[in-house]
Design a protein around this ligand. Structure first.
Ligand code: NOJ
Length: 602
């Protein structure tokens, strides 16, 4: 699938892990929030500005209890791996109790942990153990909808006069009679196929769902919904989380006229059809309506209350912001008077889906020059899209292409986010038969849309039959791909030419080289349509140049003509792809197919 648009008292069960010695030598219990901030050092406030964030799909990362489903204790077990990689924060896709129709994005209780993943005690231990390693934990916050099994919805659907009725979006059908439900209120569609309206026979109205039928949309015109989420957010902040990734944030509001959306026509004058066979709509009445900005700001105010001396360290807001252009993305940062996200995701760069130098240069320049002083959040992958190697690979130079893209990710200014398994080169492995599909959209859309199982397969830790994901006797919830035999952590860990080593090296540079840490991004050699080159420059730091060959042919670039402020000086290699040549001056940087050169000007 391509989504281009689209109680302060913490239960301290693991007391030992969370004790800290006082001056007198006795141990006192700490709240996870305090522990996180104390271990994180002086740069705590700005930690997110040049950070490396690792997305974990908990079902698929590490199973610790042999049921074939990943869990929190499994993640805790792998923290040392993440630490060694240089990860600053992990974002966990939803781990709350859920019927798992949308694998956690259908939440039935926002204040607990799904028993498949563990307990609140396990969660506290994860936060504490992560904190010891200076790794922060970011939760997913789903505010657009709940599960249809959430108590709020069960109440809401029970009668038209129930106090929770207006927590959701209910409308009469068109042409309804005593014996017929009529037609849905308008032509709006679910992103997961077919009408966005579901008839509810008990109270004889339709409810709106932008996603699955089992995910009714909340009514954000109701102030009680706002308050409920402020309380939920506070609940988790008190447990020491370092922030939230806000799911489906652009779809919170619906146009109050509830009139039809425009059908998009093809060149032949007929409606374009999506993978489910439905007409494509312009989404103008259900996506990115102005009210979302007020909600983001409101949540930011709630979170900022925790960014005080009592809870030092910045908690951040990440946005799932699929937006059509940089101007819309810029708005997601808010204004000085009404700040919004610190880190709205830049899906402009992520989903170019073609190794087109000009497009990369233009979009990276956009995010460098058109979001004010804010920090870009770059990424290529997540749990909703085919993996980057599948979208950008050519089947011949896949490893080199992944090195090239990782360089764009980590050597550009900003915060970098990547998805578990990208660092070893995991490939998308979709189900071969409809009966094997787990993600419901893969059933509705088969065979055009095979769902998202392919990018959610178990993490490949080693070459064993279960890839080290689960115990030998358990059946993983999704099959381990055959590629695990060669693409796995154990095979790559001590190999200097592996993708995993390349990721570690790039992250090390990002964290230790002053130009990479704070420097601005200035594009060089801007007429070149084969090689993307840029400079990182920070006051008082040595300039660094980066060249990435976007072609399968060797290329040589001459950066001596410079760019604004580039000094003609001797070059020292910081990093180059295996087999690549060292360069000593800017006028001759030789690159192999999809090769990368990073050098510092002396
Ligand atoms: C975006 C999430 O990333 C996706 O996995 C989910 O299905 C939808 N939002 C609905 O919550």
């Amino acid at each position: 699938m391509h989504w281009t648009n689209c109680a302060a008292a913490v239960v301290i069960a693991t007391a030992l892990a969370m004790m800290t010695p006082t001056a007198g030598g006795q141990a006192t219990a700490m709240k996870p929030a305090e522990q996180m901030s104390q271990t994180a050092g002086a740069n705590e406030r700005n930690w997110w500005k040049n950070a490396v964030i690792y997305e974990i799909y908990p079902r698929s990362f590490q199973d610790s209890n042999g049921d074939g489903i990943g869990d929190l204790n499994g993640i805790t077990k792998r923290l040392d791996y993440l630490k060694a990689l240089g990860v600053d924060a992990i974002w966990l896709t939803p781990i709350y109790p859920s019927p798992q129709v949308d694998f956690g994005y259908d939440i039935s209780d926002y204040r607990n942990i799904d028993p498949r993943y563990g307990t609140l005690q396990d969660f506290n231990r994860l936060v504490a153990e992560a904190g010891k390693r200076h790794i922060r934990v970011i939760m997913d916050m789903v505010m657009n909808h709940t599960s249809d099994q959430h108590q709020w919805f069960l109440e809401s659907r029970s009668s038209r006069t129930n106090p929770y009725r207006d927590w959701y979006v209910w409308r009469d059908g068109k042409g309804e009679t005593a014996t017929s439900k009529g037609e849905p209120p308008n032509n709006w569609e679910s992103l997961f196929g077919h009408s966005a309206w579901q008839w509810d026979p008990k109270t004889r109205q339709y409810y709106y769902h932008k996603f699955y039928i089992q995910q009714p949309d909340l009514n954000w015109n109701n102030p009680k919904v706002h308050q409920a989420f402020k309380d939920i957010i506070s609940f988790w902040l008190e447990r020491g989380v370092a922030g939230f990734r806000f799911d489906a944030i652009t779809t919170l509001y619906e146009d109050p006229t509830f009139t039809d959306e425009r059908v998009i026509l093809g060149k032949d004058g007929k409606p374009l059809r999506n993978a489910y066979g439905d007409p494509e709509l312009d989404n103008s009445k259900t996506d990115n309506l102005p009210g979302v900005h007020d909600v983001i700001h409101e949540m930011r105010e709630t979170i900022d209350k925790f960014n005080t001396s009592a809870f030092p360290g910045t908690r951040v807001m990440i946005g799932e912001t699929y937006l059509p252009n940089i101007a819309q993305l810029a708005k997601m940062y808010g204004t000085p008077a009404a700040p919004e996200f610190e880190l709205p995701m830049d899906t402009q760069v992520a989903f170019i889906n073609k190794l087109d130098v000009a497009a990369f240069r233009a979009r990276l320049t956009d995010v460098e020059t058109r979001i004010g002083d804010h920090v870009p959040l770059l990424l290529f992958d997540n749990h909703d899209n085919p993996r980057m190697v599948t979208r950008y690979g050519d089947g011949v130079h896949d490893l080199d292409i992944q090195r090239a893209l990782a360089t764009v990710l980590f050597a550009s200014r900003g915060t970098a986010m990547f998805y578990y398994g990208d660092e070893i080169g995991m490939v998308t492995t979709p189900p071969k038969r409809k009966q094997d599909v787990k993600d419901p959209i893969g059933i509705t859309g088969w065979p055009k849309e095979k769902g998202r199982d392919g990018e959610r397969t178990p993490m490949q830790w080693n070459a064993s039959a279960d890839a080290g994901f689960t115990t030998a006797s358990a059946k993983p919830w999704l099959p381990v791909p055959p590629s695990a035999a060669t693409i796995n952590v154990a095979a790559e860990q001590n190999n200097p030419d592996s993708l995993l080593t390349w990721y570690s090296e790039l992250i090390r540079l990002k964290k230790t080289n002053p130009a990479f840490e704070h420097g601005s991004n200035i594009m060089l050699d801007t007429e070149n349509d084969k090689v993307l080159s840029w400079m990182r420059q920070a006051p008082g730091a040595r300039q660094v140049v980066v060249s990435v060959n976007f072609t399968a042919q060797p290329q040589t670039v001459n950066l001596a003509a410079g760019g604004p402020g580039l000094k003609p000086a001797r070059l020292t290699t910081l990093l180059k792809t295996p087999g690549g040549a060292d360069a000593t001056s800017l006028d001759r940087i030789a690159l192999g197919p999809f090769g990368v050169y990073i050098g510092e000007l002396q």
